[in-house]
Write a protein that binds this ligand. Structure first.
Ligand code: LLP
Length: 426
């Protein structure tokens, strides 16, 4: 994060607070959010996309404080469950600035979204269109909807492959004609207001050509809808998925470049198809919150395994960051509580859970004198770490501590064993 530095003793500081003080006050492990950094990222996106709507994807990490911050910074919010919607509303997010996603929204969730008056619902199946139509009719409301289109671009971390058939659960297939049928069905239902098309091709994407192919394909569908029904849809959402740097190997495009490329492809496609340029929106989650957070752990044991590598065990693990185990994700780590002039050794940062896949950082060079009591910082843990955290082994989930201008405040408190036992009512 931006406001991270080293003090005279070589210990990390964030927002002018030392990590040792943070660990004393809030204990470890803890997710430390650099609020200035989060705000700066929101502003950078706002500046790069001044005419577009930016929906922060709350699945990356959501709590009331973050909703307020992103709202203050002029962002919209994408939610994908009743729970996320509840957090958004509890934080007074204006409902018209909320978009509601999901491939299996329940009647209860859709009802809540309609009653709250969310700004848009991104429909994902014919069943959902039927459900929403019935609910809207009962309530005499006319929700604004977008169609999630499966464009056949499957994005992987560093490349994308175009697939002729799209074998996954999200959206309406473009190739198979379902997306066009969905548009006709919605246009035929006067209780739904079809605002536009939506596509999301994946996450942690560096190669922007995937977005270009996808924009071209949805705009082609837009032209088909116009040709068949004489309707030009006013909005287009190109989804999220913009990659961030987890290690020095990663080289993400700055928001400004993304904006330039997306706008260029949209305007040239629209010109070619003689379409009016639709109002664009995007849905970044990771790129907004990911880099703004690091996890602070304390080292508990250090074990040299037969000269192969050194295992450095910290007081958390796969319960607070499942991404390494689940996606083979790469992270980095640094000793945060002091500097060291010891030579580097190849280390693996592991957790305290009962399986050998409980790895936080696969490979990292740490100083050879790394020892119990050291604090370790793992950067880039803002997205999909707390939001995917679990209570595996009955480990309470860590707090989120927001730091700004020398002040720290808990925005999500640490779980306690009592919290866990409270659910155990047998
Ligand atoms: N919009 C839609 C419709 C999405 O499905 C997603 C993410 C986003 C936006 C935000 O994508 P982002 O900008 O954050 O990449 N748990 C995985 C990531 C799953 C992403 C799911 N959808 C991980 O930890 O990498």
């Amino acid at each position: 994060p931006r406001s991270v530095a080293r003090d005279a003793d070589g210990a990390l500081t964030v927002g002018d607070l030392g990590v040792r003080e943070l660990a004393e006050r809030f204990d470890t492990p803890a997710y430390v959010l650099d609020e200035e950094d989060l705000r700066a990222r929101c502003r950078e996106f706002r500046a790069a996309f001044p005419d577009e709507d930016i929906y922060y994807a709350g699945k990356a990490f959501l709590c009331r404080a973050v909703v307020r911050i992103i709202a203050e910074e002029g962002l919209y919010l994408d939610v994908c469950s009743g729970g996320e919607l509840a957090v958004a509303l509890a934080a007074d997010m204006p409902p018209e600035r909320i978009g509601f996603h999901g491939n299996n929204k329940s009647v209860a969730e859709l009802t809540r979204a309609l009653d709250a008056g969310v700004g848009r619902i991104i429909v994902d199946s014919f069943d959902e269109i039927d459900r929403l139509t019935a609910l809207a009719r009962q309530r005499s409301v006319r929700p604004r909807v977008l169609i999630r289109v499966t464009v056949g671009v499957e994005a992987h971390t560093h490349e994308f492959i175009a697939t002729a058939h799209e074998d996954q659960k999200f959206g309406f297939s473009l190739a198979g004609g379902a997306a066009l049928q969905a548009a006709f069905k919605i246009l035929d239902e006067d209780v739904l207001e079809l605002r536009g098309l939506h596509s999301h091709i994946g996450s942690q994407i560096f190669d922007t050509s995937g977005f270009e192919v996808s924009a071209r394909r949805v705009l082609d569908l837009q032209a088909q809808i116009r040709d068949a029904r004489g309707v030009e849809l006013p909005e287009l959402d190109l989804g999220g998925g913009f990659g961030i740097a987890y290690t020095t190997q990663d080289d993400p495009s700055p928001p400004h470049d993304l904006s330039k490329r997306l706008n260029k492809i949209v305007s040239s496609e629209c010109a070619a198809a003689q379409l009016a340029v639709p109002h664009l929106s995007i849905e970044p989650g990771r790129a907004i919150i990911g880099p703004a957070v690091f996890t602070l752990y304390e080292v508990g044991t250090v074990k040299d395994v037969d000269g192969i590598r050194t295992y450095v065990s910290v007081d958390g693990g796969m319960s607070d960051n499942i991404r390494t185990a689940l996606y083979d994700a790469s992270y980095s780590a640094t000793v945060a509580s002091r500097s060291s002039s010891a030579p580097p050794i190849l280390a693996r940062v592991v957790g305290k859970h009962c399986e050998s896949g409980d790895i936080v950082v696969k490979d990292e060079f740490l100083p050879a004198d790394v020892r119990p009591g050291d604090l370790l910082a793992v950067p880039g843990t803002g997205a999909y770490c707390r939001s995917m955290a679990s209570n595996y082994n009955h480990v309470p989930r860590p707090p989120v501590v927001a730091v700004r201008d020398g002040q720290a405040r808990v925005i999500v408190r640490r779980e306690t064993e009592d919290d866990l036992l409270a659910l155990d009512v047998g």
